[in-house]
Design a protein around this ligand. Structure first.
Ligand code: GDG
Length: 474
């Protein structure tokens, strides 16, 4: 088709607007998705639809901002504070997020949140339908927009719809707790291709579709009355070159130098997470304490730097988690620290990328121990930043990344003894062994990078569509 275009849809646009009084600024996202899709959405008539990150009540400012965005192929969907509260903070982050990360006791089932979720999904679908023409490809991102595929297909059956979920899809036993499970499955099955990070997520989705929606399936294909839906794994990668090159940046070098001054000849172990109960931060601190208790010879020898990026801390569970982390850090530091050594350096804020890169480049060990994570990109960024190929990654079996990164020291994050033992093993690992593992990890992360992920998904989507077009013309 001649003018066929691609429309990306995600909760957030890759550019965010920040408004204060009558003034506003635009901020480019440095996230993986923005990088991976960055070149695609700017081509031809392609566009990216999403929320610009702020409520803009003033009609005049809204118009100016919309015009500025559109000039960059960005279509803002404006959301009111109530919509953000119920669709985003509520249903997305207080219902789907905990449930899909296996924290069902944290999930809140509020019918009002669900009403908003449906309405806002319809708003996103309408934005797509405003510009979509038969033959266009629409790629919808993540759990905030699970109803959009079906809403778009129903109104415009001629388009091709892909959906990718960045967080885990839980076991049927957990998913079925959702009062609105049928509607969500139906929403997703409006897509031609549904992607997850891992084959386990695929299997869980297929099982939920079969047992809740009574679908028939054929291998990884759901067979509906008039069409089929392909479900597959597309493990997301990072912009490998960017993280590798960042290490050589002069700002990164300066930060690295400062870190070395702080560290002296001590070993550095790092962990970087958003504040979230799925990231296993308290369990990791407790495992570090166990390590210090049982390995007194390593005291004064290692510094653990934990960076937590603020997130959702007005929500009760997050505020409690933040307090628990504060308490654990101060208890461990008070118990084991000395005048010349503070075991844990804890930061609750975000750092510029040049500081992140300096941390990756300086760290002898990266501890990535979520209790549940769709993929986890921090561990891949650490690998890409290890220019001399030393360093040890300790990785949770519960992160999607564990399905690719076999040469990491893999642990069950709730097994504190195992995490403590892995820290010891990492500190004692001979350099040759570190390099052997890191080389293999780098090969995987470099090859299956963000560009591979985008082209792999798009190729599959084109292939699925092509097959369906052939079937319909027979
Ligand atoms: C979801 C899924 C999946 C962190 N601190 C700073 C900073 N970061 C950047 C990291 C990394 C990103 O944030 C975090 O990505 P993750 O993948 O670890 O986790 P989520 O945000 O939970 O993302 C996850 C991902 O989607 C992609 O599909 O892997 O499983 O939960 O890129 O570098 N960046 C800067 N300063 C910081 O202080 N600049």
């Amino acid at each position: 088709m001649k003018d066929r275009k691609t429309i990306i849809v995600s909760n957030r646009l890759p550019v965010r607007v920040e408004i204060k009084d009558e003034e506003w600024n635009y901020h480019q996202s440095e996230g993986g998705l923005a990088t991976g899709l960055g070149s695609m959405f700017k081509e031809g008539n392609n566009v990216w639809i999403g929320w610009p990150g702020a409520s803009i009540p003033d009609q005049r400012i809204r118009q100016i901002i919309t015009r500025d965005f559109r000039a960059q192929h960005l279509y803002p969907v404006m959301l009111s504070p109530e919509e953000i509260e119920h669709y985003y903070d509520g249903f997305s982050n207080d219902t789907l997020w905990p449930l899909f990360h296996y924290f069902p006791s944290y999930a809140n089932y509020d019918p009002e949140d669900w009403e908003y979720y449906q309405a806002v999904n319809q708003k996103f679908a309408d934005a797509v339908l405003d510009i979509a023409e038969p033959g266009d490809i629409i790629w919808i991102q993540d759990y905030q927009l699970m109803l959009v595929p079906e809403m778009v297909r129903r109104a415009n059956p001629g388009v091709t719809v892909g959906f990718f979920q960045h967080i885990p899809f839980p076991s049927y036993e957990v998913f079925r707790l959702l009062p609105w499970r049928d509607a969500l499955l139906k929403g997703l099955m409006g897509a031609d291709l549904i992607g997850f990070h891992t084959f386990d997520d695929v299997r869980h989705f297929m099982s939920a579709a079969m047992r809740i929606a009574n679908t028939q399936s054929n291998a990884n294909e759901i067979v509906l009355d008039d069409r089929s839906v392909v479900v597959d794994a597309f493990p997301m990668g990072i912009d490998y070159e960017k993280y590798r090159d960042n290490v050589l940046n002069s700002k990164t070098k300066r930060n690295e130098h400062k870190l070395h001054q702080l560290m002296g000849d001590k070993k550095l172990m790092i962990a970087i997470d958003r504040l979230d109960y799925s990231k296993g931060i308290p369990q990791r601190l407790e495992a570090f304490e166990l390590f210090l208790r049982d390995n007194p010879q390593f005291r004064e020898q290692v510094i653990f730097l934990q960076l937590v990026v603020p997130s959702r801390d007005t929500v009760k569970q997050y505020a409690t988690l933040k307090e628990e982390i504060n308490r654990l850090v101060s208890e461990i530091n008070a118990k084991y620290g000395s005048l010349s050594w503070q075991p844990i350096h804890y930061f609750y804020r975000s750092f510029p990328i040049e500081m992140l890169s300096a941390l990756y480049a300086s760290a002898d060990i990266a501890l990535v121990t979520p209790v549940r994570d769709g993929m986890n990109l921090v561990c891949k960024e650490y690998i890409a930043s290890r220019l001399d190929k030393t360093g040890v990654l300790i990785l949770s079996e519960m992160a999607g990344a564990s399905k690719e990164l076999y040469e990491a020291l893999q642990i069950n994050p709730t097994d504190k003894q195992a995490v403590a033992a892995a820290i010891r093993e990492a500190l004692l690992m001979p350099e040759a062994e570190q390099i052997r593992r890191m080389e293999a990890l780098q090969q995987t992360v470099e090859r299956f990078n963000i560009h591979h992920w985008v082209s792999n998904f798009m190729e599959k989507l084109n292939e699925v569509k092509h097959k369906q077009e052939q079937l319909s013309t027979r």
